[in-house]
Design a protein around this ligand. Structure first.
Ligand SMILES: Nc1nc2c(ncn2[C@@H]2O[C@H](COP(=O)(O)OP(=O)(O)OP(=O)(O)O)[C@@H](O)[C@H]2O)c(=O)[nH]1
Ligand SMILES: [Mg+2]
Length: 397
């Protein structure tokens, strides 16, 4: 009111103005800066037993912090989790990493002006449980100079598996390793649902120093109700199928066919069955029955059976980053055990491999993983041939 304002002396007026200013400042204090991250959480890969430290920096100290794991409020366990906030730095420490600690961690900063979140995935690596020599020289040399201890000239491997899982790419990869440059000569069209390989073909490997003592046979892929017939695989295993035969998914190779070898010898038959399963689709159960019956036939003949698990890069992001993580990946170990259980092949005969598929240059890690598997199966195939050498004439039926 005018009278009272007019009554106010100069000092009072100054005092009122001053108190308004104070009020404005304290209003600014109660409306803190909207939370933002100056630095965000980083993805972590830690081995069992290591401590995990997730940390980030907020733009203001005036925030409350909450943590979630896999979208559930993180339940702090005494001696396991420690949350800390010092100034603008927020830290979650997880002691002695174990499998259950793997997951997606989210931090949320909030205050009266809003909130902000960021997340990071924590992956727990298992201790490397199978070792690979990540230098190819020795393995390459020992395969180059491998002497088959008996009368066959070469060890023969049959590749068998569903359509489009990388059977032909295995041959290209092996050829790339031995011949030192990229090969794409027996590759299927990407993503096809019917087999691109239609003809029974054998691939040998050689470089300027000579040929390698093994051959791989590439065949049509298996499909649930079509594709290569189980009888044809058995014929190939026993050495009845001659190179160049074109598969007919309706009719098996018959004795009257020009491509039927009536009296196969030890040299004509297969010395190892390589079942090819993609690591990112181990549960292709539709095919498992077919594969089990082929495996059963190989067992009857005493032929060693192994599994090459291709496409490991698709099964685990860790491996996409670094192939040397292959035996540190839980996902790969799980899938190897799954393969082993489904097919009845012991885990020590399951080999994760990566094929050349998008690379334009030779990659020593890809080579080493394949060479490691190849070295093992060469010894097993040779053992088989050794055991059967004494009755080398018709070994089938
Ligand atoms: N990411 C990835 N792709 C692969 C790998 N191996 C093969 N491929 C790709 O998978 C597709 C099929 O590969 P192929 O080798 O032709 O498969 P296949 O088993 O011979 O196929 P069919 O003869 O048709 O039964 C191609 O596009 C390859 O580039 C691998 O290890 N990783
Ligand atoms: Mg093929």
């Amino acid at each position: 009111m005018a009278p009272s304002f007019l009554l106010a002396d100069r000092e009072t007026h100054i005092y009122l103005t001053f108190s308004l200013t104070l009020k404005q400042e304290s209003n600014m204090g109660s409306a803190p800066a909207k939370p933002e991250f100056l630095t965000v959480l980083a993805e972590k890969q830690v081995t069992h037993g290591q401590d995990i430290i997730l940390s980030c920096q907020a733009n203001t100290e005036d925030v409350t912090v909450s943590w979630e794991k896999d979208r559930q409020k993180l339940v702090c366990v005494e001696g396991k989790h420690k949350m800390d906030k010092t100034g603008k730095t927020c830290v979650l420490k997880i002691s002695k990493a174990e499998d259950a600690d793997e997951g997606n961690y989210t931090i949320t900063l909030s205050n009266s002006s809003g909130s902000a979140s960021c997340s990071a995935f924590v992956r727990i690596l298992i201790k490397e449980w199978r070792t690979v020599e990540w230098s190819q020289g020795r393995m390459l040399n020992s395969l180059k100079t491998f002497k088959i201890g008996n009368e066959v000239e070469e060890l023969r491997f049959l590749l068998y598996g569903p359509v489009g899982v990388g059977k032909s790419s295995i041959i290209n990869t092996i050829r790339t390793i031995f011949e030192g440059r990229q090969f794409v000569n027996c590759l299927a069209a990407a993503g096809s649902t019917t087999s691109h390989t239609l003809c029974y073909e054998q691939f040998r490997f050689a470089n300027e120093e000579g040929s390698f003592p093994f051959a791989f046979n590439d065949i049509m892929g298996a499909e649930k109700d079509s594709g290569v017939l189980t009888q044809d695989i058995v014929s190939a295993l026993k050495g009845h199928m001659k190179e160049g035969y074109t598969f007919n998914p309706q009719i098996p190779l018959s004795e009257s066919n020009h491509y039927y070898n009536k009296k196969p010898t030890l040299s004509d038959q297969m010395h190892c069955l390589v079942i090819v399963i993609p690591a990112d689709r181990v549960s292709i159960l539709d095919f498992m029955d077919k594969m089990k019956s082929v495996r059963g036939e190989a067992s009857k003949m005493g032929i060693p059976q192994v599994v090459f698990m291709t496409r490991v890069d698709h099964a685990c992001p860790l491996i996409r980053k670094n192939l040397q993580n292959v035996y540190k990946s839980k996902k790969i170990r799980e899938n190897m055990h799954k393969c082993s259980n489904e097919l009845g092949v012991p885990v020590n005969r399951v080999f994760p491999v990566l094929n050349y598929h998008e690379e334009t240059h030779v990659n020593e890690d890809i080579n080493c993983l394949m060479l490691d598997a190849l070295t093992q199966i060469t010894y097993w195939a040779n053992d088989y041939v050794d055991q059967h050498t004494s009755h080398a004439q018709p070994i089938c039926e």
